[in-house]
Design a protein around this ligand. Structure first.
Ligand SMILES: Nc1nc2c(ncn2[C@@H]2O[C@H](COP(=O)(O)OP(=O)(O)OP(=O)(O)O)[C@@H](O)[C@H]2O)c(=O)[nH]1
Length: 393
């Protein structure tokens, strides 16, 4: 047999797999620097490898240095894993609190390793803390899985849960004073903790990589469908969102309104205040549309300073009211842009409305565009209804 199931063999495997996975995760984290977490997981795996290497080192089994060094590494690895997952799921850094917790553990562990050596107390407390951190990380994963419908996160949470159970069992053995010295408990209960760590680096870590990959694909897909300045959909995202909505609306004999919006005299605004201020005005339009439209409506940055919105659950009158609300709220929001120094910004809006059985999106959009043109011709800063609405009214 290549490896006998003794502590030294498990630890050697642990060092090897942890180092390989740390390198892969670190390499992957460089490919997606906007995703927080993976570099901390890589550091955690590197610490796990160091900890395992330390355990197969020639340090005497009875030496206080073994626990004195091993335990801080174990806790640092769990804290990094937890904090990486915390940030991966979009939460703000907890670094200061966790560094504080780590320092307390180091003090506690140093005291009970060197000043007043109490091996069982030390192992039971540190291993229980590690198990709690693993359980807390599993909880974060379950919450993440619920929000992102990422099933890999559920499996990773299960794997972490299993690891934490083994850690708790190890803490229980320590309370009973039954954790043998390294080397003397080959294959016994003491080896379980190494097996749990092996499970961590060879199963949980790859699951994490898969979870990170899923997130990367989601982010890329999102970026491909979004306009990064206004955070609204771009045309590609818009058309892929409205296609099924329009098909459903047509089947259910529904109506739709299309709004075409164009910020007035935007070129002059850019020339006068600069492109950065122009961009701020565009972002304000994005926020206004997001804040004003319903969840069932779809808005897009059509191009430049032009926007479009598709309203499905409304009639012509409701669409008109919504357009007027957008016009007012946009003007009011622009008033609070300091760089404009009180200068007013307005938007012209054209609307088309009709039954989806008689109109496809293109024909409504063209009518809304003509109405927008009429709004510009009539002096800007107004809402103009297209032909189909006048016929419908
Ligand atoms: N700051 C900024 N400006 C942009 C962006 N995209 C397009 N523009 C500018 O928007 C301006 C559009 O100008 P025009 O099409 O002449 O329209 P306008 O000045 O708004 O005039 P009216 O529509 O007739 O009221 C151009 O100067 C473009 O350079 C962008 O992403 N950021």
């Amino acid at each position: 047999m290549l490896f006998a199931l003794d502590d030294a063999s498990i630890l050697s495997l642990l060092v090897l797999i942890a180092l390989v996975n740390a390198s892969i995760v670190q390499w992957a984290s460089r490919m997606a620097p906007s995703i927080q977490g993976p570099s901390q997981w890589a550091a955690s795996l590197a610490l796990t490898a160091t900890m395992a290497a330390l355990s197969v080192s020639p340090i005497e089994a009875t030496s206080p240095w073994r626990g004195g060094l091993f335990n801080p590494l174990l806790i640092a690895a769990q804290l990094l894993w937890f904090h990486g997952t915390w940030q991966f799921s979009g939460r703000r850094s907890l670094a200061r609190w966790l560094i504080g917790l780590f320092l307390i553990v180091v003090l506690f562990n140093t005291w009970f390793s060197f000043a007043d050596p109490q091996r069982d107390l030390r192992i039971a407390s540190v291993v229980s803390l590690a198990a709690s951190l693993k359980l807390a990380t599993a909880g974060l994963l379950l919450a993440y899985a619920r929000n992102s419908s990422n099933r890999v996160a559920i499996v990773a949470a299960g794997s972490l849960g299993l690891e934490s159970m083994v850690f708790l069992f190890h803490a229980y053995l320590a309370i009973r004073g039954e954790v043998p010295l390294f080397g003397s408990g080959a294959g016994g209960g003491a080896s379980l903790i190494w097996l749990a760590m092996l499970l961590g680096v060879s199963v949980t870590a790859p699951l994490y990589m898969l979870m990170g990959l899923g997130r990367l694909v989601l982010d890329l897909r999102r970026a491909a469908n979004r306009d990064s300045l206004t955070e609204l959909r771009n045309r590609r995202g818009f058309f892929s969102s409205i296609e099924p909505l329009i098909a459903h609306g047509r089947r259910s004999k529904g109506h739709a309104a299309v709004l075409m919006l164009d910020i007035d005299r935007f070129k002059r605004l850019n020339d006068r205040f600069g492109h950065a201020v122009g961009d701020q005005v565009l972002r304000t339009m994005g926020a206004t549309l997001r804040g004003t439209l319903r969840g069932s409506d779809v808005a897009v940055r059509w191009g430049g300073e032009e926007f479009c919105a598709l309203l499905l659950n409304t009639d012509g009158k409701g669409a008109h009211t919504t357009a007027e609300r957008i016009r007012h709220e946009f003007a009011a929001a622009c008033k609070s842009i300091e760089a404009l120094r009180g200068g007013a910004v307005s938007v012209s809006i054209g609307i088309a409305y009709g039954a989806l059985a008689d109109h496809d999106f293109d024909s409504l959009q063209k009518q809304a565009d003509q109405a927008l043109y009429a709004a510009k011709e009539a002096g800007r800063d107004r809402v103009v209804a297209g032909q189909s609405m006048l016929i419908n009214e």
